[in-house]
Design a protein around this ligand. Structure first.
Ligand code: GUN
Ligand code: ZN
Length: 435
């Protein structure tokens, strides 16, 4: 179908406007029982009650009836590692051993563009199977891997964020760049990919342990020269990591102080993990508008600790949620919401499903400063849409018999759902699940 043909998707529409304050906060979202989306040129041009949207459609519009399923914005994964598609499910000790024993060896293979291109196909297949239409990824330190990552994104028409991992010490030689080469290569990649179609570049120093001060300075320079780009890195994930980091940067006030000193913080900065934060760090996070990214399956798998959402948000810090594959154990944002629920439940902070589905859509889009394009079903935004079936498996269908409310249905999707619950994934209006 060419792009000019209109598409009319019919189903039960759910889209969030803001974070629901509780189960009864109907002002935070729009829900249309018999709704429709009208799509043209990859964008949503109308939404609402089916009968009304139908009147706006051209006579040649192609109608797809997804009733009785839910139509939601595509899910957004704000932290994932593309070269770890063959690291996921590795039996390892905690973070630093896992990196040395499995992750660094696997990432070395990405020097080969053919390998990167093949893994990219599998990686994007997995995202789309799970209803993820945008992800923010670390590539390897090889420029080839960044090209492989964005070429596949472009091929599938996806809004993807990513960047070359900068790392110039404490890793095998085959993965290490230098401060200068990481600057030069990142800059060239950024100039090639940032804003080309739907792709966005993220300056990506891995973490302070694998970057010399000169390299973090280079990352700060890149960000200053290209303020439209994101910056992503890791922080305060694991106690041994923190101890080694403090030895390497004895002058810094604390872990966050390192990134602060090199000008890496700001509203487009995504900080993975943020588990073991001190009070000063919370204040700096808030003041700079930096985002704390919760990676529940990874935090459990690597035994890293419990993300304290209430403490972070109480301090006024923006938060996002993500898979962190391959430290994370599932590509599915539904599985991720479920594990996140359990991490918060352990701390008496369980969240309502309306809030968690907001988080994985509009919330993550806001965290990326991209909610004018993705994360909702609003007219004028990109037509990244998923179709969810809360009765997709036998146990789900059985439980669905007793579900009476939208909230119960969402909680069922979160608790038992996975790729089997994703009936279709539309990217810029095109069906892409399995395509
Ligand atoms: N810290 C530095 N690199 C990584 C990584 O690849 N995964 C996780 N979970 N933490 C990291
Ligand atoms: Zn990570």
């Amino acid at each position: 179908m060419d792009n000019k043909t209109e598409k009319l998707l019919r189903g039960r529409l759910l889209s969030f406007k803001s974070s629901p304050t509780g189960p009864n906060d109907t002002s935070a979202y729009t829900y249309e029982e018999d709704g429709a989306l009208l799509i043209r040129d990859g964008k949503i041009i109308a939404n609402g009650i089916y009968a009304e949207v139908l009147t706006a459609a051209s006579p040649t519009a192609q109608e797809v009836d997804h009733r009785p399923h839910l139509l939601l914005p595509g899910l957004i994964d704000t932290h994932i590692h593309f070269p770890q598609a063959q690291v996921i499910a590795s039996w390892a000790d905690q973070l630093l051993d896992w990196l040395n024993d499995y992750t660094f060896p696997a990432e070395q293979k990405f020097a080969d563009k053919v390998h990167g291109a093949r893994i990219a196909k599998g990686f994007y297949d997995a995202l789309l199977a799970n209803g993820t239409t945008t992800a923010v990824a670390y590539c390897s330190s090889h420029p080839n891997s960044v090209d492989a990552y964005f070429e596949e994104a472009e091929h599938r028409g996806m809004l993807m964020v990513g960047g070359k991992t900068m790392m110039d010490r404490n890793a095998p030689d085959a993965l290490c760049d230098t401060a200068q080469s990481s600057y030069d290569e990142s800059k060239a990649l950024l100039q090639k990919w940032h804003g080309r179609g739907r792709t966005h570049y993220a300056v990506t120093p891995r973490f302070a342990i694998t970057s010399t001060p000169a390299q973090l300075e280079a990352a700060g320079a890149l960000l200053k020269e290209h303020p439209g780009c994101h910056l992503q890195t890791h922080i305060n994930e694991n106690h041994n990591e923190i101890a080694l980091t403090r030895e390497l940067y004895p002058e810094a006030a604390d872990y966050l102080g390192i990134y602060e000193d090199f000008g890496l913080l700001g509203p487009k900065t995504l900080l993975g993990h943020c588990i073991h934060m001190n009070e000063r760090e919370l204040g700096v996070m808030k003041d700079t508008g930096s985002v704390a990214v919760f990676c529940p399956t990874s935090n459990l798998f690597l035994g890293s600790g419990l993300f304290d959402k209430a403490r972070l948000e109480g301090a006024g810090i923006r938060t996002a949620i993500a898979t962190d594959v391959g430290g994370g154990t599932n590509y599915s944002m539904l599985r991720t919401l479920d594990e996140g629920y359990k991490v918060l439940q352990l701390q008496r902070q369980r969240r309502h499903p309306l809030e968690t589905f907001y988080w994985a859509t509009k919330g993550n889009a806001d965290a990326l400063s991209l909610s004018d394009r993705i994360g909702t079903l609003e007219a004028g935004t990109d037509a990244d849409v998923i179709v969810l079936d809360a009765g997709a498996t036998q146990p789900m269908a059985l439980r669905m018999e007793t579900v009476e409310t939208l909230s119960e249905e969402l909680f069922l999707l979160q608790t038992l759902g996975d790729d089997r619950s994703v009936v279709e994934t539309y990217v810029a209006g095109e069906p892409r699940k399995g395509a």
